[in-house]
Design a binder for this molecule. Structure first.
Ligand SMILES: Cc1ncc(COP(=O)(O)O)c(C=O)c1O
Length: 506
């Protein structure tokens, strides 16, 4: 039987070993060492084409701007550019990288909540498509800067209209309690104030509802909100906006291999297993807005509009695999552990008066490990920790794990998995918490995994190497790209000792 994580032509089991675009993951691990990130050029292109398909379902132009924050390795940016995709940056640093890679000004949009003058200056000088403005104060800084440079800045105002999605609370970005954007009435006042400005071209409105949004309906709500603002702005100021930016946030199905699905609480399961076609969401949103525009005689405002999207995760997440080696192994008696955990649950339930049967701080698998054949917890300690996959710690993110050496064998033996960092939080599960467990307590792999076996964490391309750091003096990893011509390109070399102290002065 084919493993359900397989993606034909990209991720495949071949003679029991994992192949990535036909290249042996084991050979890559042997050649470059682990942890090793492997990206797929063809998968990145495939993902961009999938998003661009939305253009077939709307009557306006579509501009897809890959969110560089998800992964801004230079070769990844180059791949995105070669796939005819534009770019969203979040700092002067990312803007600089974009220009080095060869993105033209009109291909770049610039987000961010705390832009500095030098960053605004560089964005204006580069004549980018739009600076997305986070507040009225920031808009005044952009106006002053453009005036000083004797240039006109293209700006789009970021709205925060209170749209909730069922994603992780840390990934919600369109709530009034979030730090992003301005209220729609503030934006309207800005259009009044600057409508005759020689230094600001007020050309769009923007909204990003959050990342890994499990449902498509909020996109229709967001589009409707943006359009209502566009109409009001036109009616009150006669400014006809040239673009609407619907942000990113399209989900990736992290549970395509469903073997661990039952060990998630329901809400987490739905978020991690989210799966809808971005083009369906856009088609639906467009239809709803078009109908209401026609009903209110405002359809002419959609005629020359460009719709922008800013996807990050949905472009790069499943295109990246992290190969890691088991470096250590140990065992602990299950009975003792389960009775300790059960005692804790009992005393907490008593204290907090939970209904009987409520299980907190423990996954169902943990309890079900009363399996008499497994009387010991087996711990596998890998070389991939949260210093290279930060979301595992900050958001308790889930990356599906398989054996790259025994890819076709049944993955049915439970292990406790942890990384190499000297930090109790560097584990692949949710350490018992008062809020209950977000993640499975165990990972299923083939029986008898031993030190030196190569494992593969899937869907690791987004918000991983973009956020990595050298905690514990760990070398940042090698990154390679499997190319469409069959070659493997080294796109980041592993740190060496000198890299650990590059900027220290001593
Ligand atoms: C403003 C903005 N646009 C786009 C994105 C990309 O989101 P995602 O990677 O979920 O597509 C983000 C990230 O959260 C963001 O903050």
């Amino acid at each position: 039987m084919q493993p359900s994580w397989e993606i034909k032509g990209f991720l495949e089991a071949n003679n029991n070993r994992l192949d990535i675009n036909g290249v042996s993951a084991i050979e890559l691990a042997e050649k470059y060492g682990t942890p090793l990130f492997v990206f797929s050029e063809s998968r990145i292109k495939h993902n961009i084409e999938r998003l661009k398909r939305a253009e077939n379902f709307i009557d306006c132009k579509l501009k897809v701007c890959y969110a560089a924050k998800a992964n801004s390795n230079m070769a990844i940016l180059r791949t995105v550019k070669n796939a005819d995709c534009d770019l969203e940056v979040n700092s002067g640093g990312e803007l600089w990288k974009a220009v080095q890679v060869g993105f033209k000004g009109e291909q770049i949009i610039f987000n961010g909540t705390s832009k500095e003058i030098w960053e605004i200056e560089n964005a204006i000088k580069a004549e980018i498509y739009a600076i997305q403005v986070d507040s009225l104060f920031e808009l005044s800084l952009i106006e002053e800067t453009a005036r000083r440079l004797k240039k006109r800045a293209n700006v789009s105002l970021r709205l925060v209209p209170e749209i909730e999605t069922n994603t992780h609370s840390g990934l919600q970005t369109a709530l009034l309690t979030s730090k992003f954007g301005m209220m729609p009435d503030e934006a309207l006042s800005a259009f009044h104030q600057y409508k005759d400005s020689n230094f600001l071209n007020l050309c769009g409105v923007h909204l990003h509802i959050g990342s890994q949004n499990p449902e498509s309906a909020p996109y229709a709500e967001a589009f409707k909100t943006l359009f209502e603002n566009l109409v009001q702005i036109y009616e009150e100021t006669e400014i006809k906006l040239s673009h609407i930016n619907l942000g990113g946030g399209f989900p990736v199905n992290y549970l395509r291999d469903a073997s661990h699905k039952n060990f998630f609480p329901e809400a987490e399961r739905e978020m991690f297993a989210a799966d809808f076609e971005p083009s369906d969401a856009i088609e639906n949103a467009w239809k709803i807005v078009k109908e209401s525009a026609e009903a209110s005689n405002a359809a002419h405002l959609l005629e020359n509009i460009t719709l922008l999207l800013e996807p990050g995760r949905s472009v790069i997440s499943d295109a990246g695999i992290c190969l890691t080696t088991v470096r250590n192994k140990k065992e602990r008696p299950v009975d003792e552990i389960n009775s300790i955990i059960q005692d804790k649950i009992d005393s907490r339930n008593k204290k907090e008066n939970f209904e009987e049967g409520t299980s907190f701080g423990i996954s169902s698998l943990e309890i079900s490990l009363a399996n008499p054949n497994i009387d010991r917890d087996t711990w596998l300690l890998t070389d991939a920790g949260f210093n290279i996959l930060l979301s595992m710690e900050t958001y308790k993110w889930y990356y599906h794990l398989i054996s790259a050496e025994r890819a076709s064998e049944p993955h049915d033996y439970p292990y406790k998995l942890a990384g190499p960092l000297c930090d109790g939080g560097d584990v692949y599960f949710d350490i018992e918490s008062n809020r209950g467990s977000r993640l499975p307590a165990y990972r299923l792999l083939p029986e008898n995994v031993q030190p030196n076996e190569i494992l593969a964490l899937l869907n690791c391309g987004a918000y991983s190497i973009a956020q990595m750091f050298q905690y514990n003096g760990r070398f940042l990893p090698t990154v390679v790209l499997t190319k469409e011509n069959g070659e493997v390109e080294l796109i980041r070399k592993r740190d060496d000792f000198e890299d650990l102290i590059t900027n220290d002065i001593w």
